[in-house]
Write a protein that binds this ligand. Structure first.
Ligand code: KIV
Ligand code: ZN
Length: 422
């Protein structure tokens, strides 16, 4: 073990990657699990090359932690995590994390995979709800406490930064949850995750759960409390934001919200909610929002699953306006119907979709953007043809607008312009 490694073991990595000790308390760390919880969802598997491409993009996005996979699951998973740790986990890169059950084999396999990263984390999970302990693990409460202590201590002895997850925390008896998290903290876990594994919680409940953890686990100020929410009731992002309000300073999420069943909390939605409503939340992230659109498209291409057009932040219609009244308003002042700046998430230009609901102002803006300067009479003429076409065709693209310009009176106008400029 290198001297550098030994220095890191005092808590966490050389960068502030959510160890909870010192650091900036107004910052929410973004823990991306697209390559682990996301990739394990049906139809979301990726090749090694695809995983590397996504990891590089996540680094450009400046996420704090990349959960790169579950190394003990297969040799392929181990290799992917290892390659990502070597290639993306450099000095200025994100923390690279691998998932492990609370067993020596999983933990050791995980460590060998993440170890090359400058900041390397082992994420140990162990179920704590009665239903999971009885039916899945066949373990008593005291056995679970002992296994958590042994696992965290073992991972720390290897030199890893440790995150501990009480799986199914949202359905766990709260006194027992405090006990298990307290033991994990005592044994050296720097991040304590409180997953809503089955997406059962509501924002008020989940916020109260996180507040309870922060109030009742002795020594909790030394750790970062983390939120991990699933979207079975469509509440993953709302629950995560409620957790942030209650003091969670790490949010676990995936690009496009991919993940088990209905998915995980969507990274782009959490980040833009925290940014757009920063006065309300009073926190910030380190995310380079300009890279959000690219990250979304890359993940969508890799897994071969389209992003729904109405998906918040990254859907094709997220910043598009078709209704005439909206288009008119946006052209006069964007803030009339836009709460975010589309360019901030990597979009270019005003998203005006021309269709049968569009008005004259939108047509004027679009034709201008395509290089046509029309008089009022010409615009009226083109607008009439446009409405006719829009009744027959759903969305008009640029080729349609060019085609509308080929009619006589308009054509004359362009020849005049051409003559003037030649
Ligand atoms: O949903 C969950 O509980 C998990 C854990 C492994 C953190 O994904
Ligand atoms: Zn999960």
């Amino acid at each position: 073990m290198s001297a550098g490694r030994e220095m890191r073991d005092a808590g966490c990595g050389t960068r502030d990657a959510g160890c909870g000790v010192g650091g900036d308390d107004d910052r929410v760390r973004i823990f991306d699990t697209t390559l682990r919880d996301g990739e394990q969802a049906p139809g979301c598997t990726m090749t090694l090359e695809e995983k590397l491409a996504v990891a590089r993009q996540l680094a450009r996005l400046r996420v704090d932690v990349i959960e790169a996979g579950y190394p003990a699951a297969s040799d392929g998973d181990w290799t992917a995590v290892h390659q990502i740790a070597r290639e993306v986990g450099g000095a200025d890169g994100p923390t690279i994390c691998g998932l492990a059950r609370a067993t020596e084999r999983d933990i050791e396999r995980c460590w060998t995979a993440v170890e090359p990263a400058n900041s390397a984390r082992i994420h140990i999970f162990l179920a704590t709800s009665d239903i999971h302990m009885k039916h899945k693990l066949g373990m008593t409460r005291s056995q679970v406490v002992a296994a958590a202590a042994a696992a965290v201590s073992h991972a720390r002895s290897l030199g890893a930064q440790v995150e501990f997850s009480a799986e199914d925390a949202a359905r766990t008896d709260t006194e027992f949850l405090y006990e298990v998290l307290g033991v994990a903290l005592e044994c050296g876990a720097a991040t304590l995750n409180v997953p809503d594994t089955v997406g059962y919680s509501t924002p008020d409940e989940y916020g109260a759960l996180v507040a309870g953890v922060r109030a009742n686990v002795p020594g909790i100020e030394r750790a970062t409390v983390s939120a991990h929410c699933h979207d079975d009731l469509g509440l993953a992002v709302a629950n995560t934001l409620a957790a942030v309000r209650a003091g969670a300073r790490q949010a676990e999420c995936t690009i496009n919200g991919i993940g088990e069943r209905a998915g995980n909390a969507a990274l782009e939605e959490i980040v833009m909610a925290l940014h757009t409503r920063r006065q309300f939340f009073g926190v910030h992230t380190n995310i380079e929002t300009l890279e959000l659109g690219r990250a979304s498209r890359l993940v969508s291409e890799c897994i071969g699953v389209d992003v729904p057009p109405n998906k918040a932040i990254v859907g094709a219609n997220a910043f598009a306006h078709e209704a005439g009244i909206h288009q008119d308003g946006v052209l006069k002042h964007r803030l009339t119907y836009e709460i975010m700046n589309a360019e901030m998430v990597g979009w270019d230009g005003v998203g005006l979709v021309l269709g049968k609901h569009s008005g004259r102002h939108a047509l004027r803006a679009k034709t201008r953007a395509l290089g046509y300067e029309l008089s009022e009479e010409e615009l009226a003429l083109v607008f009439a043809r446009f409405k006719e076409l829009a009744d027959r065709k759903k969305n008009l693209d640029e080729r349609d607008i060019h085609a509308l310009m080929t009619e006589r009176s308009v054509e004359d106008r362009f020849s005049a312009i051409e003559l003037e400029s030649s």
